[in-house]
Ligand binder design. Sequence first.
Ligand SMILES: C[S@@+](CC[C@H](N)C(=O)[O-])C[C@H]1O[C@@H](n2cnc3c(N)ncnc32)[C@H](O)[C@@H]1O
Length: 244
Amino acid sequence: MSEQAHHDEFYGENADFFQSPLFQARHRRDAEIVKRLTPTNARVLSLGCGEGGLELDLAADVQHILGIDLSVEAVELARRQAAQAGVDNLDYRQADVVDTELPGESFDAVWGLAFLHHLPPSMVEPTLRRAHDWLRPGGRLVTIDPSNRRLVRHLARFVKDSYDEHHSPDERELDPEEVITAARAAGFSDVRIVWTDFATGPMAWLRPTMPRWAARTVVAIDSAVVRLPVIQQYSSGYAVSAVA
Ligand SMILES: C[S@@+](CC[C@H](N)C(=O)[O-])C[C@H]1O[C@@H](n2cnc3c(N)ncnc32)[C@H](O)[C@@H]1O
């Protein structure tokens, strides 16, 4: 199944999934990280925006967001949700980020939230190069991806069926060093990593129906553990921020 077909099917059938307590908790955590790293009053480009939930939450904190996604279903859902919420500074385009045309130096921030790890390995650096070209000098790149160094990978064989159901054939966990090296090669400076979680991300996909109190507990434990030196590098996910 192609990347686009997988996501069309996923977004077409799983609108309720995004309302689960743990998915919402994960979503709030990502929104806090992204908000902290994004310049104020920014013109934002969001690569692989999916159903646009994070864009909707952060719309009031930025000037404008253009979200781009391969999936027709995701873009329709994103547009519908923005219209229902009466938010008018969000625009969405169905396109492949790899070959879409945009004017240079026209954004203050480029987000790639759970996006880069869906690209073929050979496309990560060229895509970051494009992101660099689209950013004004001094603009900010913010990415979030799952890590291939994650501690929980040792448990992967016990949850293979659930994993396969929610993951596209093309995606992979991405080495944080690969993103850092590619960002520097693409021309970014001040490249930094922020560890996000051990359990929140994986469990949001595997056990989305967990009750609210349990979701809160997972998030609280996670936010303490990601601060522990040395251990944090085995986190399940990470954000990278970099300056163009
Ligand atoms: C895991 S989802 C992330 C969605 C959203 N950013 C979030 O954080 O929930 C990855 C998204 O990237 C999109 N995608 C994958 N490859 C793409 C490409 N080459 N161009 C545009 N979108 C792409 C998929 O359609 C999917 O919606």
